[in-house]
Design a binder for this molecule. Structure first.
Ligand code: MSP
Length: 495
């Protein structure tokens, strides 16, 4: 029986263009979604979207002198363009200003009220708009700055609705330590348990409407809007049809497996606030949370003031405009190289670095000289000496490629990719050692055996690559099936 698998990326704020961190998260999530479809035969639903109700979106629109809705709509289009250009296979694209989402968020709120987990109180605290979150003194640097945004949070005194997070403390400790909610990687699980083992506080779950005038109104109290994190997290069940608890909610959220792929900076919201909200609303919990690290640029955090911010569309355009016409991958060329770089060279359990130089170097080594060259050399010989088409083997992943399957259990796409490129290197070594191009001239049968071996391995490489570089995978399969050298290479050298 096939399993139901639901996977999501975080929904970004709409206050700026997509950056590399977003694109990395998408490519990582998409690779896992495709792996589950292709290799585990799961029924997969994959969701992406936009976090549109944030105060920082309102602030940005004001700066630009445009209506907030106009800003969030135009940013939504930019993100969709990125999805398309990086070959996302998502099933949903949710916008939190949509009516369906309002209905879902309102229902969760009503349930939290009904179950006694929401109360009103006057509160004075420090709010960081960058994080869209209240801070306590111990969350800040010694100079009183938010460590993520290096800005002083503003002091606000408001009457807000509060969520009784404290009621769930013991339950959450239990769920996380037993892996009922599995946090990957393991060391981030310890961070969350450490947080929970200290004194925790209830969370402000609404903001005064007069300050914000944007977002989803608190039911029965128009003077307040629902706090943006409370609203945004609910997007994951809006797309499954909530408040209707049948259909996808039943199949995927209740009986299937849910994985949230997010960055390390928002793990607390996903592993603590979100499960607590679900428990409070009598709803089932997600099964796994994969918290990836940050993409740095030249070893430093990407920031506008350092001038080292790189946009993903810039990278895609660079590779496309220089090389796509010379490659048989055509307009998919940039996407394939982009996916290659971020999936093979960034450890999803840690931070990873991007520079244009490093990407070019690795492109030339692994793709132009490595995989691309292997395909060329092998197919050239096969076209000349092998007439008969081969039956490609069935692949039993767990038995034949356990290292690959094992890496993907914890979504370690980097190690899965390393495994594939190890086969590429082994084939190169095989070619050098056995010299089929020489052997075939003196012993045709022995030469053919070598070529069949190499062709079969190319097929395995293509199959394993499918979730990561889908178009490259299809092209290699097509080339070896036709047994004909293509007019252009897969990966021309980048001079
Ligand atoms: N809107 C919230 C998420 C709500 S999910 C219910 C948010 N948005 S964000 O635009 O700031 O970040 C979106 C995702 O991108 C997050 O998972 C975040 O960790 C990730 N990244 C943001 N910068 C990043 C890097 N430099 N590197 C890798 N990912 C990072 O948080």
């Amino acid at each position: 029986m096939t399993s139901k698998f639901f996977i999501t990326s975080a929904i970004p704020y709409s206050n700026g263009l997509p950056h590399l961190g977003h694109a990395y998260e998408y490519v990582l999530t998409d690779a896992i979604a495709r792996y589950k479809r292709v290799w585990e035969k799961d029924d997969v639903l994959f969701s992406l979207g936009m976090d549109e109700n944030a105060q920082k979106n309102v602030q940005k629109a004001k700066e630009l002198g445009i209506p907030t809705q106009e800003l969030v709509d135009s940013m939504g289009e930019k993100f969709r363009e990125l999805h398309q250009k990086t070959e996302m296979s998502n099933d949903f694209f949710i916008k939190t200003t949509s009516l369906e989402h309002k209905a879902a968020a309102t229902e969760v709120w009503n349930r939290l009220v009904k179950n006694g987990f929401i109360y009103k109180k006057t509160y004075e605290g420090l709010y960081c708009i960058g994080c869209e979150s209240f801070k306590t003194e111990k969350d800040l640097t010694p100079d009183g700055l938010c460590p993520d945004h290096l800005k002083k949070p503003e002091t606000v005194a408001e009457e807000n609705y509060f969520f009784k997070l404290t009621s769930f403390k013991e339950k959450l400790i239990n769920l996380i330590s037993t892996n009922d909610i599995k946090i990957i990687p393991e060391y981030r699980k310890s961070e969350m348990l450490n947080f929970l083992n200290q004194e925790i506080f209830d969370v402000s779950f609404s903001r005064p409407e007069k300050l914000l005038n944007w977002g989803i109104k608190v039911p029965r109290d128009d003077s307040q809007v629902i706090y943006v994190w409370c609203d945004a997290l609910i997007n994951y069940i809006t797309v499954l049809g909530f408040p209707d608890e049948n259909g996808n909610m039943q199949d995927y959220w209740k009986n299937g497996k849910t994985v949230h792929v997010i960055g390390k900076d928002i793990l607390r919201f996903h592993s603590i606030y979100w499960p607590a909200m679900l428990l409070g609303a009598d709803l089932p919990l997600p099964k796994e949370i994969l918290a990836h690290g940050f993409i740095t640029s030249g070893g430093q955090k990407m920031s506008k003031s350092l001038g080292n911010v790189v946009g993903p569309l810039e990278i895609l355009d660079l590779y496309n405009s220089n090389l796509s016409e010379k490659s048989i991958l055509g307009e998919k060329f940039g996407a394939e190289v982009f996916r290659y770089f971020f999936l093979k060279n960034i450890n999803p359990h840690d931070d990873g670095d991007f520079t244009f130089e490093r990407m070019k170097e690795l492109y030339n080594a692994d793709l132009a000289n490595g995989l691309g060259n292997l395909v060329n050399r092998t197919v050239k010989l096969c076209e000349k000496y092998l007439e008969e088409k081969i039956d490609f083997p069935q692949i039993n992943l767990e038995i034949e490629h356990p290292e690959f399957a094992y890496a993907m259990k914890d979504y370690d796409v980097m190690n899965a990719m390393n495994y594939i490129f190890k086969i590429v290197n082994e084939c190169d070594g095989y070619m050098q050692k056995n010299e089929p191009f020489k052997v075939i001239k003196v012993d045709i049968e022995a030469g053919k055996k070598h070529l069949e071996y190499l062709r079969e391995n190319l097929y395995i490489i293509a199959r394993l690559l499918n979730p990561f570089m889908p178009t490259t995978s299809d092209k290699i399969k097509e080339i070896i099936k036709e047994n004909k050298m293509p007019e252009k290479p897969l990966f021309p050298r980048y001079e």
